[in-house]
Write a protein of this length. Structure first.
Ligand SMILES: Cc1ncc(C[n+]2csc(CCOP(=O)(O)OP(=O)(O)O)c2C)c(N)n1
Ligand SMILES: Cc1ncc(C[n+]2csc(CCOP(=O)(O)OP(=O)(O)O)c2C)c(N)n1
Ligand code: SF4
Ligand code: SF4
Ligand SMILES: [Mg+2]
Ligand SMILES: [Mg+2]
Lengths: 617, 337, 337, 617
């Protein structure tokens, strides 16, 4: 039956699945991802959800998409312009066509191009009929709804449910084109819908229908092979940033024998952290949905005061509300982890889109002299290590720590070597022991090395003491209004945070150790910058990439590193906030590459900018 | 309690110099608290006083227990988190009418409905003391203060009514000058499992002197105070000759004697929320006496006990020690060699 | 109203595409509001809809009046400031159970006690819709949601009870599916001078479908709903054969017939706060029917009218035009030549 | 009777009155100030209140003080180390003696040195008896309580009330020493206590008692004359920063024909703004005490939305709470003025002390790209002009504006030429006119020059429109989630604020137009920096002083100015926040002089540091 297809090998492919919110695009994308992972590709993914809960079916506002970039090489981004666009309805086509690579492959569910849907998407004429697509793309119009209906004949399911399987049909087509096995998906369906055999049946039939259609129909003439990537050896899983963050927190408390108390208030895109942790009660994790963000951080701080590690998470507007409490955490010197999953601002802004524009808020957004460590995760999987480090530093230095994440990181995913918690930095947490002497406990006596005060928790005999937000007397912690004491305490608090830099590992420089251009990134632009650097290095340009994890304090060796390059380029999804910090700190005339479009930067933009700089300066 | 040696009042006095104005009602409340505490605990390390900001909120500094003077209005959040982390602690929350009902009103009502096992002492002096005399959410309408030179416009809260509206499980009221009564209320709050709300009328002799004079003047007070006792009729007056009678749905003050007998008088039932609501409405009214004592008290599961139960339930069967690895390795995995 | 041409429903429909989920109860509320507004105003430029954040809070976008979609929980603050700046505007506040009672609870209770002349429509779907389905302060205890996989622990607010506890001057309840009743409540709120609080039970068919099913199912609802009418006895049931009887201080549901006659049934009085409190307690109870209609309504001076009076009073005699120079030159002055 | 006293002329004198909170030191200081003002001295004052409401009488916590610096020259600071210290009790002596200039004059109320008071102040032996003071200071122990008791014999007042007049006695002594008339004080007493003649009588007697004592007793041998200062001609009054701020706001609305709505929540040291404005209802000012700071800014923004100019004020922790609302004001582009009266932080910190540590919070403390103008007042009287400008810019550019003030500015005072509002920058405020056409009103159409959108207030026919915190479509203002539109709006909002720099007047440079050192200040360090600069210039050093009013945006000419000096010194009462901004903006290696002691900097510290820099570099 099967026609003889040409076979070509590719290094890299980016596919974007796009359809109505109800079309199951996240599922198709997820399954393609899983299968590719098992096949040994490196990959990176990025879902994009509509802002509305349930926008009207067929509307532009209701389009949901999922992009996967997979490769036989190491990759670092979910890709820019897709090579393949799957468009399940006119709105999806309208919203995403502009991104498709010229000459790219278009796979369209022809049955969804009804007059009503075309109108909803704002098409005057039907692009699957008017020939407007074929000139520019390799366009395939497949009657997916019809295909699945035929395939599922005889299954006792409502027509609506059968129609819903068309996402599996689309997946089947792609599996054929990229020569991927169907079994992992079939296994998964069997597990997922264990109790609903009809559903499994319909979905499997739809999957095969798509696969067979591609195999049989004359329209696809080439199969593509994307080989295994050479990845570091290890046991892998796919992970998104939310789960990685939660696992990082859990690892932190398990290693330190602490308990975890998470208190927060729902907000997109941070809510999933609460949801995930809420399922982990069996591991001793306590979660608390507070009445607002202030109560969330308050309860987390209260928990820390009580000897559990308090963690809270939110996004821009919610973080804004936590500012006053951060000051209290700083002056009372209690451990606390605050996670900011950044989204587009200002104000409510673009709540479902990614952005890096809360950096200023994290570093500077408090009243008074209120220094506080700020750490940023660079990839979905890195959220694990970042969350772990945030907890470790919070406890070791008795300080609140702000962890910066963003919409892309929490929702994006990548293959991830399952870590061995034993390999992580040691993490000792100790409470002050009970005091059976007559001596008054001194809550602000410090560890000489870290300058951390003791963690003396209520319930411990002989440590009764009072803390609060008024300036404290050195050593005793009593209320104190003296000038000299205040200045001293301001300095101690600053020094304590600055000292953290002394324990940071040497900063990794990827690329040339000196040269024309250093690309400096923080947070989720890591992958894009690394890809761009690889590309520039492959053209023999003298460039390097440094990705900064600790923004406050900055690593001690950064100054020297910066001095090894003629130029410094800082790409950010904001108007130049990190650039401002680097300029102030090192008086380096860093150049910004700034796009604020609610989505990750593209590596090609960075490559172009880098070349421009190298050539011009 | 066990047979450990009883603590003394002095054991609950910290070494910090007390910085309230001379004559402030806060002193009396502090003294009664310190006096009562030996009856409440024999391990002072298990007691924590949490407060917000305000004159009243300096209270924790003076108690020789654990103490946390937090930020304005937010003490309930810290107290809740503390109780989540360690449900065994005895947590006391001290707040003012500004701290607890103005900026902190939301945390207050949510604490009450959640019913954490926390005891709230709200010092109501009907003024902002610490910021030097602006009106508060309990100040009477028309109050002349620095911020309202022509008189305030807001209609005040009745704190006990707000607490009941927020589903409080224990609501009581007392007065700084009623030393024994104050002690009794502290003990009752301590006994109650759940959030206990005690409103304490407190004189701020600097910015609102005499706000409660008619309730504390020896000569007049018994005509004004309705002393609540569970199972006893709602009577008051120096001669105990007045009482609360229900005329249809409408309460009325009646004189006991010819027309009404003691049997016509409503009998107080702490567990009856309809009575609680009615009494709360009496606050600061022309028509009715001022109720002091326990307006309402009915236990229901506390948030902390429900949480503990869920934690226990979730841990049945599964061993948490293996948890981390299980989670790290969950889902589809594959090996790269 | 004057003899201007009456506006039509369509005049209150904005040109923005409505983005609620198909089937959401919000549609019905919007439609009833747009339908009612021609009876409320003939100048749509004087109407302002202010909201917080949530599905419900998208409401202002769809009303062709002035509209302000503010931030989560804070709509009452904007509405209050707006009313201070221009007391002549007709200000409507749209909020949800999360927006208005969770993060915004404090502003809500303070707005109610201050009694600005503002109308509140609280869409209670007992869930957070916009953030995709976490439990809210009105969700029943034990609710399984994304954030509470083993069931929620908090005891819920009864919104009307909280409003009464906060000294609301107008408290009503209605249901998205009760179209005429909803319209009537909107009109009543509009008539009331002071803060009007309407709780509207609203079905979120995506995250909390059927939360109010027993109150909206044609077959069962009349057994469940206590339809309040001022001056009428509190009776309910398909046969109108049940009523509320007061046994001492305790209300009971009784069957009208042999033992109890209609004369034994409590007669609703909107101005009686004791009845209002009692009815609010009936919310979502096993024992009592669910009251819908006006629970309580009693006018008292509004904040805005009191403020206007003070402004007028202060300007008597003195001419404000000379004010600035007078102030600049006040106190001791001297000349340097 | 009067002995023959030597007469000496002095340029500058600084006196500090210190006593228990109940001792009336603020009153003595105020009267001395007023009299000196009338005599034509230039002057500057600084009160210092205890943190407690009523700390126990005689305790260190209860000491209240008032410092006045007066001069026959122009001066800019309340002085550093006083030449004269009046100490009404042992605690006052203990708390302030360390600041007294070596050899300075001590005037002590001997009667207060009781065993109890000595113990409360922590003295082991009586310093008025043990000779410890006389070696270092010109110490005068006066039995003031006794003096006033004798003077007031026969007046029918409670002994307590008579004893309270001893502050007037102390004042009388100083009036004699500095040759000042008693009449202004007597007139003032007569007015103030019109209805209480006995009180007037006692106070006047006490005043005379002090004056006569100094005149008669042998202990004061010299009278000092501080001549009139050559001040700019004009009608003067003394003014503190609170009143100046309020007058500035009122001037703004009067000039623009707007109304003023102030909404706030009490907090030290900002509350007095609310108190002052609350008294101005007769001028149409509406004030509203909200339930918290969030409600304060919300109501102010609501008022602005309604067409009144909304203003709110707070201090650090309260400003922290307003951050989320600032974002809403920025994206909805409504006018709003937010005043931050800075105090010592972090958290509750030192609530009654001054500090400049909220600069970061003002400039950077918001989520998202949220640019907003920041203006800082430099002297108590300058608060007037700053508040006016804040209002003008807020309305002209349809933006929230943050005005920075601080504890020193609001409580300190200085002689002030009464301004003529007509001389101020024009201030036109216009609402969008009603629209009787069928065209849809476009709320985000902009003024081409300022980029401000129209102020279209509810109640206006035909302008019905909807605004909110979600990203808005350019021109229409509709909800919009597009990438390109978002980027465009981010840029427009930034450009609108940056453009304000184009209308700023040329920056004033005091001193050399180029040279070795530029002293750059912002806010209340202005006076100290100017004094230091005068002193350095008098030594022929090549220095200059620039005081920055607009911190965001910075003036366009600052870059060139900075380039004219070898070094830049930035003195601040924080750990270097403005320095950080200047470094980032101009890549200038500015040097910091940072003291965080809850009090104004001293000019001598700056002078020393300046010399060190000039000599070393
Ligand atoms: C965020 C914040 N806002 C305002 C203040 C100022 N403030 C401190 S206490 C207080 C009110 C105190 O009133 P209350 O709670 O009644 O306490 P009291 O002093 O009367 O005992 C205020 C407004 C503050 N410290 N923090
Ligand atoms: C400061 C802040 N915190 C949290 C959120 C996220 N958020 C938006 S709406 C909402 C709750 C909505 O619930 P509700 O008010 O009941 O409205 P509904 O969607 O159910 O109509 C939350 C938590 C936000 N936008 N801003
Ligand atoms: S101001 Fe009032 S409440 Fe505060 S300490 Fe003084 S008397 Fe007490
Ligand atoms: S999520 Fe619920 S409340 Fe929100 S629009 Fe959808 S159905 Fe309505
Ligand atoms: Mg108070
Ligand atoms: Mg809801």
């Amino acid at each position: 039956m099967s026609k003889k297809a040409k076979i070509e090998t590719l290094d890299n492919v980016t596919i974007r699945f796009a359809g109505d919110s109800g079309d199951g695009m996240q599922l198709s994308g997820g399954r393609f991802t899983q299968t590719s992972a098992i096949m040994g590709n490196d990959l990176s993914t990025l879902p994009d959800f509509p802002a509305e809960i349930r926008a009207p079916a067929g509307s532009l506002a209701g389009v949901s998409s999922f992009q996967i970039h997979f490769s036989s090489q190491e990759i670092h981004t979910p890709g820019e312009n897709p090579d393949v666009l799957v468009a399940m309805n006119p709105a999806a086509l309208k919203a995403h066509l502009k991104d498709l690579t010229p000459g790219g492959t278009l796979i369209i569910n022809k049955n969804a191009f009804t007059t009503k849907n075309l109108k909803l998407a704002g098409y005057e004429s039907d692009p699957t009929e008017d020939g407007s697509l074929e000139d520019y793309y390799s366009a395939h119009f497949i009657e997916m709804s019809k295909l699945v209906n035929l395939a599922c004949e005889g299954i006792d399911l409502a027509p609506k449910l059968i129609d819903r399987t068309k996402n599996l049909c689309a997946l089947g087509v792609l599996f054929w084109i990229y020569d991927r096995p169907l079994e992992p998906t079939i296994d998964w369906l069997n597990k997922k819908f264990k109790s609903k055999p009809d559903i499994v049946d319909a979905n499997v039939k739809a999957l095969h229908a798509g696969y067979n259609y591609a195999d049989t129909a004359e329209i696809f003439t080439t199969k593509y092979i994307v080989n295994k990537a050479k990845l570091p050896a290890g046991k892998y899983r796919n992970i998104n940033g939310t789960l990685a963050t939660c696992l990082g927190l859990l690892t932190a408390v398990e290693k330190s024998n602490l308990s975890l108390t998470f208190a927060g208030y729902p907000i997109t895109p941070a809510s999933n952290i609460l949801h995930t942790l809420a399922n982990w009660k069996r591991f001793g994790v306590k979660t608390y949905q507070a009445e607002d963000e202030i109560a969330g951080i308050g309860a987390a701080l209260g928990a820390s005061y009580g000897g559990s590690l308090g963690v809270t998470a939110s996004s821009g507007p919610g973080i804004a509300l936590k500012g006053e409490f951060l000051g209290l955490a700083i002056i009372t010197e209690l451990p606390l982890v605050v996670i900011n999953v950044q989204r587009g601002g200002p104000s409510t802004g673009l709540p479902t889109k990614t952005e890096q524009s809360d950096l200023f808020q994290a570093v500077y957004g408090r009243n008074g002299e209120a220094p506080m460590p700020v750490i940023a995760a660079s990839t979905p999987g890195d959220c694990y290590y970042t969350a772990y480090e945030a907890c470790r530093i919070a406890v070791k230095y008795m300080t609140p720590v702000m962890m910066l994440s963003d919409g892309y990181l929490v929702n994006g995913s990548e293959p991830w070597i399952i870590p061995n918690p034993d390999d992580l930095n040691d993490f000792d947490a100790e409470f002050v022991k009970e005091n059976l002497t007559d001596e008054q406990y001194l809550p602000y006596k410090r560890n000489e090395e870290t300058l951390a005060r003791g963690w003396a928790i209520p319930g411990t005999k002989g440590l009764e003491h009072r803390i609060g937000g008024i300036e404290k007397q050195d050593v005793t912690g009593n209320v104190n209004y003296d000038s000299d004491n205040h200045e001293k305490m301001v300095q101690i608090r600053a020094r304590k945070i600055a000292n953290i830099a002394n324990e940071l590992p040497p900063t990794e420089v990827f690329g040339k150790k000196e040269g024309d251009l250093l690309i400096l990134s923080w947070g989720s632009t890591h992958g894009t910058c690394k890809s761009a650097t690889e590309s520039l290095l492959s053209e023999n340009l003298k460039v390097a990439h440094v990705s900064i994890r600790w923004i406050s304090p900055l690593p001690n060796d950064l100054k020297d590193i910066l001095s090894n390059y003629k130029n410094v380029l800082i790409p950010e999804i904001n108007t130049g906030q990190f650039r401002q910090i680097i300029r102030a700190e090192f008086l380096v005339d860093a150049i910004g590459l700034n796009e604020v479009q609610g989505k990750p930067l593209g590596a090609s933009t960075i490559v172009a900018k880098a070349k421009e700089i190298i050539n011009e300066r | 309690m066990s047979d450990k040696p009883l603590l003394k009042k002095a054991d609950f006095q910290s070494d910090q110099a007390i910085r309230w104005c001379p004559g402030c009602g806060d002193y009396a409340i502090l003294a009664q608290t310190q006096k009562t505490f030996p009856q409440i605990t024999e391990d002072k390390e298990n007691t924590v006083f949490v407060s917000g900001i305000g004159c009243s909120s300096r209270f924790p500094y003076y108690m020789n227990t654990y103490g946390f003077h937090t930020i304005h209005g937010r003490a309930p959040t810290i107290a809740s988190g503390l109780k989540i982390a360690n449900p065994d602690l005895s947590v006391w929350l001290v707040t003012g009418d500004g701290d607890g009902l103005s900026i902190g009103g939301n945390h207050m009502i949510h604490l009450l409905r959640r019913n954490f096992d926390i005891n709230i002492m709200l010092f109501n002096n009907r003024i902002y003391g610490l910021t030097k005399g602006q009106y508060s959410p309990t100040s009477e309408q028309g109050k002349v203060t620095y911020s309202t030179p022509m008189g305030s416009l807001d209609y005040p809260f009745k704190p006990t009514k707000l607490a009941l509206g927020a589903e409080a499980s224990f609501v009581a009221k007392t007065i700084d000058k009623e030393l024994k009564h104050l002690q009794a209320m502290i003990l009752r709050a301590n006994e109650h499992k759940g959030t206990s709300f005690i409103e304490i009328y407190q004189n701020c002799n600097i910015f609102n002197d005499g706000a409660f004079a008619k309730l504390t003047d020896r000569d007049t007070k018994e005509e004004q105070l309705l002393r609540l006792e569970h199972g006893k009729p709602l009577i008051f007056g120096i001669e105990k000759d007045k009482g609360i009678y229900l005329d249809g749905t409408t309460p009325k003050v009646v004189k006991i004697g010819d027309e009404y007998s003691i049997d016509d008088i409503v009998v107080h039932d702490e567990e009856d929320r309809f009575i609680g609501d009615m009494l709360a409405n009496f606050t600061e009214s022309e028509e009715f006496p001022e109720p002091v004592g326990v307006l309402y008290c009915k236990e229901r599961p506390t948030y902390d006990s429900l949480m503990s139960a869920q934690m226990d339930e979730s841990q049945k069967g599964s061993k948490s020690s293996k948890g981390l690895n299980e989670l790290l390795n969950a889902g589809d995995t594959w090996e790269v060699k």
